[in-house]
Design a protein around this ligand. Structure first.
Ligand SMILES: *[C@@H]1O[C@H](CO)[C@@H](O)[C@H](O)[C@H]1NC(C)=O
Ligand SMILES: *[C@@H]1O[C@H](CO)[C@@H](O)[C@H](O)[C@H]1NC(C)=O
Ligand SMILES: *[C@@H]1O[C@H](CO)[C@@H](O)[C@H](O)[C@H]1NC(C)=O
Ligand SMILES: *[C@@H]1O[C@H](CO)[C@@H](O)[C@H](O)[C@H]1NC(C)=O
Ligand SMILES: *[C@@H]1O[C@H](CO)[C@@H](O)[C@H](O)[C@H]1NC(C)=O
Length: 231
């Protein structure tokens, strides 16, 4: 855990300041979470390795409901931490979107499709193709690609109360409203807020990604500090 924090801190200060140019991406955050759909083929070590963690125990603080790491039920969402920063498309000078870029070590025969499948719809083949320099038919059999996972750090113009968000791919039958309710947001006022964080996602079912405010292991929603642009 310590080394993960150290890495994150190094990442923060190592990142070049992002020039805002009316592009909708001004500042990222050190911590966001990804909801990984746990299937029969995965175990916690595998999930941890997908997010660059050597030890699955680093996942446990973010998953208080997992009391027995050897027994995780298919369909459970395992929360994995990753840093969320402003990114640019290859060959584009200015950052335009917020995402995690998780280094993924290639082995022979992999495609953007197989990689996207490993990440359980947290990204897509098309989005991997858009955000990596390699054309889909020229992916090397060794080296790295960036697994680009969209994320949110909150929005001062919506609410300062929430600064930690879960990237949650909708599963069959799920909607923004059903997922928000799972995380305790269901009143009309709360749903109004959820729609503002997720424009265009109202009424969508079983596809796409929603961003839901969540608490960190200390029970904090990471409120945004007023007037502070976070990197
Ligand atoms: C996960 O599976 C791999 C092999 O598939 C195994 O080596 C590893 O011990 C497993 N990890 C856990 C936490 O069960
Ligand atoms: C990913 O999305 C595809 C297409 O919508 C769906 O068939 C598949 O079940 C999804 N997998 C997961 C793990 O969410
Ligand atoms: C991530 O966000 C970008 C827009 O910022 C969008 O074009 C892309 O489709 C999204 N990717 C996924 C997998 O949802
Ligand atoms: C992955 O991202 C890094 C920095 O964001 C970039 O230097 C590298 O070229 C990217 N890799 C690919 C394959 O696009
Ligand atoms: C939780 O609180 C401890 C002690 O204040 C702090 O060191 C740690 O960074 C916090 N964790 C998160 C995820 O904010």
């Amino acid at each position: 855990m310590l080394s993960l924090l150290t890495l994150l801190v190094v990442g923060v200060f190592g990142a070049a300041p992002v020039a805002a140019s009316g592009d909708g991406c001004r500042a990222g955050c050190q911590l966001s979470l990804a909801a990984y759909y746990f299937s029969g083929d995965s175990n916690l070590s595998f999930v941890a390795s997908l997010f660059g963690m050597a030890d699955y125990r680093a996942l446990l603080p973010y998953n208080p409901a997992i009391t027995n790491p050897d027994y995780v039920v298919t369909g459970v969402r395992v929360n994995a931490p990753f840093p969320c920063y402003c990114r640019s498309l290859p060959a584009a000078p200015n950052p335009t979107f917020l995402a995690g870029a998780i280094p993924y070590t290639l082995s022979r025969g992999e495609t953007y499709d197989t990689i996207a499948t490993s990440y359980a719809n947290l990204t897509s083949a098309a989005w991997l193709e858009a955000t990596n320099a390699y054309p889909p038919n020229r992916i090397p059999s060794a080296g790295n690609v960036n697994v680009t996972v969209n994320c949110s750090c909150g929005d001062e113009s919506v609410s300062r109360r929430y600064g930690l968000f879960l990237t949650y791919p909708l599963w069959d039958g799920e909607t923004l409203a059903s997922v928000a309710a799972l995380y305790g947001f269901s009143s009309p006022a709360q749903m109004k807020l959820m729609r503002r964080y997720n424009p265009g996602m109202e009424g969508v079912s079983g596809k796409g990604i929603v961003f839901i405010p969540v608490k960190d292991p200390n029970g904090s929603y990471h409120p945004l500090k007023s007037g502070v642009c976070r990197q």
